[in-house]
Design a protein around this ligand. Structure first.
Ligand SMILES: NC(=O)c1ccc[n+]([C@@H]2O[C@H](COP(=O)([O-])OP(=O)(O)OC[C@H]3O[C@@H](n4cnc5c(N)ncnc54)[C@H](OP(=O)(O)O)[C@@H]3O)[C@@H](O)[C@H]2O)c1
Length: 418
């Protein structure tokens, strides 16, 4: 361990997480770190903090040579990217919780951090308080890791916990909004984008490759109907939204999609706003991490842990990048799904199945189960198909195509450090 040093922090954002961090840091006597300046957006907002520490000028932090750490906790991914890249260029360590910003600019920000010999940490951006990034980074051996599966979004897990108990999707969403679990525009959560940004980071640290967010299919839960929930309940399943990635030989596949899970599945009892991740590896088998994926203090605790790690010059090393030179992401595989349609057979026939196991048609509803090509499913953009809902069936085995097409440029190639 290297010598401890003093951390002087410039904090961006004083909302849910930033406010939590301010309190948590003040209460923690173990960390020799001090917040010198806080940059916010609206100087007219009423706050309990004294004004001398606040600014609306980002350069009050970026130009301050005494500040050696920027903690970025704002709710604007574009501004966050500008702030974070500028901070790295100026040789400041960065800790952030912004999964969208990190997922969209991952390789570029890693490069900048390396070039400027600073740390760039983002534990809080995936599943809040659950220490999954550092565990994937440090603990698991690449060759033996086979899959990572997570409930990475508390809002959708809360909504699904309610629909699994009989509420309609609309009722469950409005309850989540009343309780502050869902935003007034819930698109990022319920259409699976938030879960997808987190999956990009999980794939990077589990399998060493960088996947562009657009290359990963994300289907959420907004089109789930009572008939789909009845089907699941009759079979003894609950519906969960998973961020899932697995490695098969030299290929990595990944998706955000609704899954039907039986009582024996780890996720069956992970309810409400909780998050969970299962890491599967050859020798250790399955390991489950569970905890609060959001909220002021839980998220602040992960940020605090990154700040504490800076005291010892901790950096992600992305060790797995070097052993996966021929590993590629692909959407070229088949798997078993349930497809429900509120527009009868016409709806069902919009997606052709390689194999069909069951089909049911009534005046109000129709469904079929069977095997589909995932690339065709991805091309349909199910978030926009109001009359259709699909879920991946329990124990759906994945069939990789004979010559799987590589999806997206494997940008990680140019990242190997010199
Ligand atoms: N909330 C959670 O549970 C949670 C969990 C995991 C990760 N995250 C991530 O943490 C980050 C912060 O989320 P949050 O929930 O704390 O957001 P929030 O409560 O909406 O607070 C956002 C803060 O950012 C400030 N801000 C916005 N744009 C700014 C800019 N251009 N310059 C300076 N300050 C700016 C706002 O200033 P004003 O106060 O002046 O409006 C506010 O203080 C996001 O990236 C989010 O995805 C949040």
């Amino acid at each position: 361990m290297k010598n401890k040093k003093k951390l002087t922090i410039g904090l961006f954002g004083l909302g849910c997480v930033g406010g939590g961090l301010y309190e948590v840091l003040n209460r923690s006597s173990l960390i020799d770190a001090e917040i010198k300046t806080i940059c916010i957006r609206d100087q007219n907002k009423k706050r309990t903090l004294s004004e001398y520490i606040l600014t609306t000028d980002r350069y009050a932090i970026l130009d301050d040579d005494e500040i050696n750490v920027v903690v970025e906790l704002i709710d604007d991914a574009n501004a966050a990217y500008e702030i974070v890249s500028e901070a790295l260029k100026r040789g400041k360590h960065v800790v952030t919780a912004n999964k969208k910003m990190v997922a969209e600019h991952l390789d570029e920000l890693i490069k900048l951090a390396r070039k400027n010999e600073v740390s760039f940490l983002y534990e809080a951006s995936v599943c809040g308080s659950i220490p999954v990034i550092r565990n994937l980074e440090e603990y698991y051996n690449n060759d033996s890791l086979s899959s990572v599966t997570g409930i990475c979004n508390g809002t959708t897990n809360y909504i699904l916990s309610q629909t699994n108990r009989g509420l309609t999707f609309a009722e469950a969403l409005s309850k989540a909004q009343e309780l502050g679990f869902a935003e007034s525009d819930p698109t990022m959560d319920i259409d699976g984008y938030d879960s997808k940004f987190k999956l990009v980071l999980l794939i990077k640290h589990a399998f060493g490759i960088t996947v562009q967010p657009d290359d990963i299919a994300n289907t959420g839960i907004r089109n789930i109907k009572p008939q789909d929930l009845n089907y699941a309940a009759e079979k003894g399943y609950r519906v969960k939204l998973f961020s899932h990635a697995q490695k098969i030989g030299k290929h990595v596949l990944g998706m955000v999609a609704p899954y039907f899970v039986p009582e024996t599945h780890f996720a069956y009892t992970v309810e409400n706003e909780f998050n969970a991740i299962v890491v599967e590896a050859l020798f250790s088998d399955k390991q489950l991490f569970i905890g609060k994926g959001a909220g002021s203090y839980p998220t602040a605790s992960a940020v605090l842990s990154d700040i504490a790690a800076l005291l010892f010059d901790y950096q992600y090393e992305y060790k797995k990048e070097q052993s996966v030179i021929d590993t590629f992401f692909t959407n070229d595989f088949s798997l078993d799904i349930y497809l429900g349609s509120s527009e009868g057979e016409i709806g069902l026939n919009e997606l052709s199945f390689e194999l069909e196991y069951t089909r049911f048609v009534s005046d109000e509803y129709a469904y079929k189960t069977g095997r589909v090509l995932f690339s065709e499913l991805k091309a349909m953009d199910f978030n926009k198909k109001k009359h259709l809902f699909f879920a991946i069936l329990p124990d759906a085995s994945v069939g990789l195509s004979e010559n799987p097409r590589i999806t997206g440029a494997q940008k990680n190639k140019e990242l190997i450090p010199g």
